[in-house]
Design a protein around this ligand. Structure first.
Ligand SMILES: Nc1ncnc2c1ncn2[C@@H]1O[C@H](COP(=O)(O)OP(=O)(O)OP(=O)(O)O)[C@@H](O)[C@H]1O
Length: 260
């Protein structure tokens, strides 16, 4: 069964921008999916709809067979871990506390407010940190870590949720190439070992060959490519990054950047 599925999903923002148009997808467990597309094509909107941060204008999103609705949001969302470009850690808190934040959805409202964690939460958080190779940094302030280490903490926080899905919005855009491959390698390993569906928005098509099982190309809010990375020829890539109103030089610059 698909872990994430969407049916005729559309999103129009209050200012009238049509960010997504009729997207129907089924993403499988244990699959690493990369979403590519030019700036403004709807990649972030799609991920935000996957975890209920945005509500669809039309269509629906299901996680593990449950349609996301306002009333089940908290329950369903805990199955969906998020990893962000700028890590979204609380810098003045230690690493362990940042990872424990991934456990909040399993605690009562009061427990969450008071940050009352159980022994089990500490055990799960510690396991997650060990998994990303940072167990010895548990009591260090998060802002004392390197960017790559902070992103690993972000992944550990997602893992502490015991998720079925990890959504990664530009997870390596702030990292150097070596660290980027380490982070993507870690996500791929987790995807395989835990049978988690990983969905990552990337600006670098070159990484797709190494990490993606499936590539989805968005343009103007529509899926215009959905295939294995081996099928991503230069022509198809140009189609994904095509913009009607864009001068040719800008298009070439965007493609060159994407290949950098
Ligand atoms: N909160 C919002 N209100 C209004 N319009 C929005 C909002 N968020 C995004 N948009 C618009 O929706 C469209 C899709 O944006 P989105 O951020 O999903 O694209 P993206 O492919 O992730 O872009 P990038 O690669 O630059 O992050 C864009 O035209 C954007 O300006």
């Amino acid at each position: 069964m698909a872990i994430i599925s969407t049916s005729h999903l559309s999103k129009r923002y209050a200012n009238g921008t049509a960010a997504l148009n009729g997207v129907s997808l089924a993403l499988e467990a244990g699959q690493f999916t990369v979403i590519l597309g030019p700036s403004g094509s709807g990649k972030s909107t799609l991920l935000r709809l996957f975890n209920g941060l945005e509500t669809p204008t039309e269509g629906s999103v299901s996680i593990n067979g449950t349609v996301l609705q306002r009333r089940n949001l908290r329950h369903v969302r805990r199955e969906v871990g998020m990893v962000f470009q700028h890590f979204n850690l609380v810098g003045r808190l230690n690493v362990m506390t940042n990872v424990l934040i991934g456990r909040l959805a399993y605690r009562s409202w009061l427990g969450s407010m008071l940050h009352l964690f159980r022994e089990e939460d500490f055990r799960i958080a510690h396991e997650a940190l060990a998994r990303v190779g940072l167990a010895e940094k548990a009591w260090v302030r998060a802002d004392q870590l390197s960017g790559g280490q902070q992103q690993r903490v972000g992944i550990a926080r997602a893992l502490a949720q015991r998720p079925r899905v990890i959504l990664a919005d530009e997870p390596v855009a702030s990292l150097d190439p070596v660290t980027s491959t380490e982070v993507l390698g870690l996500l791929k390993q987790i995807c395989r070992e835990d049978g988690i569906a990983v969905v990552a928005n990337l600006h670098q098509p070159d990484y797709t060959h190494q990490y993606a099982d499936r590539v989805i190309g968005l343009n103007s809010g529509r899926v215009i490519f959905d295939d294995a990375p081996g099928q991503l020829t230069d022509n198809r890539l140009q189609t994904i990054y095509h913009r009607d109103s864009q001068p040719q030089e800008t298009r070439h610059a965007e493609l060159a950047l994407a290949h950098a």
